[in-house]
Design a protein. Structure first.
Length: 116
């Protein structure tokens, strides 16, 4: 079993920056992929960015060039650096982890509000 704890959300003005963190803990697990998603009110949950075990990354077009995903394998932590934030970035942000055994885990979500 893997537990994910997210942090770093909050209120920020348009054009500002935030960094989200998601730390994984548990016993005897190995992480394959780590990713960030978001869900705005009344909308579906969308994938934003993924970082793979080899360090390669993949981004949704909506955040490419503004958001950067990274991971610290020693700390089992994934980060999402968000810059040039827009009001439409307002959402609950979730991290997702997939282990090498194929199990999927989600964080509890952290709210990001971007004011205009």
């Amino acid at each position: 079993q893997v537990q994910l704890v997210e942090s770093g959300g909050g209120l920020v003005q348009a054009g500002g920056s935030l960094r989200l963190s998601c730390a994984a803990s548990g016993s005897r697990f190995s992480i394959a992929t780590m990713g960030w998603y978001r869900q705005a009110p009344g909308k579906q949950r969308d994938r934003l960015a993924t970082v793979y075990s080899d360090g390669s990354t993949n981004y949704a077009d909506s955040v490419k060039g503004r958001f950067t995903i990274s991971r610290d394998n020693y700390k089992n932590t994934v980060y999402l650096q968000m810059t040039s934030l827009k009001p439409e970035d307002t959402a609950v942000y979730y991290c997702r982890v997939v282990t090498t055994e194929g199990y999927e885990y989600w964080g509890q979500g952290t709210l990001v509000i971007v004011s205009s």
